[in-house]
Design a protein around this ligand. Structure first.
Ligand code: F0G
Length: 466
């Protein structure tokens, strides 16, 4: 992959800024084997065994490789129940990057969400966001509240090249507040980058506008900060005035605009597990810690081992490294280029952690009720053992009492790229698999859903060929 950015020679390949220290074999299977496996999984890729997968692009969450420094830090993990040294390092790192004094460690992002929403959200409330990820939506709804997505119109247009498609529609936020009243809005969330909307960044200008609206109505602003470092890099590349700012400086500016953040350290924490809730308000922190003790653990380890706290503390700094971020964002764009060259429509421009294939434009003959994105994800698996995930009507469709369904606004397949894990030749292979699926587009007829759970149904739903 070549440099497309300013400042570097254009003829140089952007190499992975690391060498491999430890290797893990991956499964090489035949098409026949994969057909049997998929049928056994009832066409739900969440039911596959990892050993049946060749290139695992299901998620970038917790699937990355640790660095030598993380492993070294883990050897120094302090497993003391109370007051662990590893917690101090974790807290100091999180506070240094985010500016939030209160740092509550959790086992992953959704635990931070559940605690935050349990403490702040009541039945009948509305929680606006640019776009809720499925776990934040489910946790808001679990409190009997409404999770409302207010991303800008460009964020719903898969072909718009808007540089900050994750931005919140500030006018729509104002309208929501005047419609329901500020006292029914316990907080506003902004997800950086906007995962469900295509891994698209949010600008600092937009965060400032959202902040102003929140200030006017005394509503706290909370970042869903899973991919804050990738968002910082996009700001540096795309937002005027930040060309020379470091990712850390940009990250600090983002967090300075918020009252708190939930974080899954499995993404830009560069860790295999972990997360936190970080806030300014000591009262909110106290209530959150009381809940933390009930279900996660003592406040100086939350849901993590001491060595996990070390891995995250080190990983947060590594996620902000410029060479890493340049490689990271360019390597994602490289996969998007391969897909487009093969004739597979993608969400433009490519996001930070993933490439999103647009199943509506790829399979115009498959209606939403036949789950075109699920069908495409299954085809990628059968063709080459590539494991992506549907982000469409299986995940976000709304079943109606009459048995019909309101489809999701988009039908996407996400190919999420684990951090520091696959090389360029792995990604070239994925490009070849996509190309082979493009050649067979006519054969894809969609799927029927034959079983589903009342929430987060995409994890367990079963399908049959339509
Ligand atoms: N918020 C966002 C934006 C996420 O992408 C995720 C997880 C979470 C919250 C929840 O964090 O998994 O640690 O509890 N996203 C993963 C993904 C699962 O594949 O995108 P978690």
């Amino acid at each position: 992959m070549r440099e497309g950015l300013s400042g570097e020679p254009r003829f140089r390949t952007i190499i992975e800024p690391f060498r491999i220290h430890s290797v893990e074999p991956i499964a090489l299977t035949t098409r026949e084997q994969r057909e049997v496996v998929l049928e056994r999984a009832r066409f739900n890729l969440f039911s596959l065994q990892a050993s049946d997968v060749t290139i695992d692009l299901l998620t970038d969450s917790g699937t990355g490789a640790l660095s030598t420094r993380q492993w070294a830090g883990m050897m120094q993990g302090d497993e003391s129940y109370a007051g662990s040294r590893s917690y101090q390092r974790f807290r100091d790192t999180v506070s240094s990057i985010t500016g939030f004094p209160e740092v509550i460690p959790t086992h992953q992002g959704r635990a931070a969400e559940r605690i935050l929403f349990s403490v702040t959200v009541r039945e009948g409330d509305i929680v606006p966001s640019n776009t809720h990820f499925d776990t934040t939506r489910a946790n808001v709804e679990y409190q009997g509240a409404e999770a409302r997505d207010l991303v800008i119109a460009e964020g719903r247009d898969t072909q718009s090249e808007h540089p900050f498609k994750g931005n919140m529609d500030v006018a729509a936020l104002e309208e929501t507040i005047s419609e329901v009243g500020a006292d029914r809005i316990p907080l506003v969330m902004v997800t950086v980058t906007n995962n469900s909307g295509g891994g698209q960044p949010v600008s600092l200008a937009n965060l400032r506008d959202v902040r102003q609206v929140c200030d006017r109505h005394s509503i706290p602003l909370v970042l869903d900060a899973c991919r804050f470092a990738e968002n910082s890099w996009f700001i540096r590349e795309r937002e005027q005035g930040y060309e020379d700012a470091s990712p850390l400086e940009i990250a600090r500016e983002m967090f300075a605009l918020a009252d708190g953040a939930t974080m899954s350290a499995k993404k830009d924490g560069m860790s295999n597990i972990g997360g936190f809730l970080a806030v300014r308000d000591p009262d909110l922190a106290l209530k959150s810690r009381n809940l933390l003790i009930l279900t996660e653990g003592f406040p100086t380890y939350g849901g993590m081992a001491g060595y996990d706290l070390e891995a995250v503390a080190q990983g947060l700094w590594e996620a902000l490294d410029e060479d890493y971020l340049r490689y990271r964002i360019r390597s994602t764009a490289y996969l998007a280029d391969l897909a487009e060259e093969a004739g597979m429509p993608t969400v433009r421009p490519p996001g930070g952690h993933a490439v999103y294939l647009d199943a509506v434009r790829f399979l115009p003959h498959v209606p939403p009720a036949r789950y075109p994105a699920q069908a495409l994800a299954c085809a990628l698996y059968v063709e080459g053992g590539v494991h992506g995930v549907e982000i469409g009507s299986v995940m976000f469709g709304k079943p109606q009492p009459d048995g019909t369904e309101i489809p999701a606004p988009m039908e996407l397949v996400r190919l999420a790229i684990p951090r520091r894990t696959y090389t360029q030749s792995h990604i070239d292979y994925v490009g070849e698999v996509i190309s082979a699926v493009v050649a067979r587009a006519d054969e894809l007829t969609g799927l029927r859903m034959v079983e589903q759970a009342p929430w987060l149904r995409h994890f367990t739903a079963a399908f049959a060929p339509a």
